[in-house]
Write a protein of this length. Structure first.
Length: 82
């Protein structure tokens, strides 16, 4: 039975230090973006910074998905060899 995405996320967060670091950074960027979202009018500098954080957050999410795909490939390959 294949793990759900949430289960795999939790497993990798516990077992993989690099994945854990990325997840923490992703959460940190999410908090910072939320802080900008509470401001009614953003200055052009604040808007630029917010967009930069969104791009960084997305890049980290992509890296996390790469690790998740690699884990699934290794896990399925190992399970099929048994």
């Amino acid at each position: 039975m294949e793990e759900t995405e949430a289960q795999l996320f939790a497993r990798l967060r516990e077992a993989d230090p690099e994945f854990r670091r990325l997840a923490e950074k992703h959460r940190e960027f999410d908090v910072k973006i939320s802080e900008f979202d509470r401001i009614y009018y953003l200055t052009s500098e604040q808007e630029r910074k917010r967009k930069e954080l969104q791009k960084l957050k997305l890049r980290i999410k992509d890296e996390m998905y790469v690790i998740m795909r690699q884990y699934r490939v290794r896990h399925v390959t190992t399970a099929n060899e048994k």
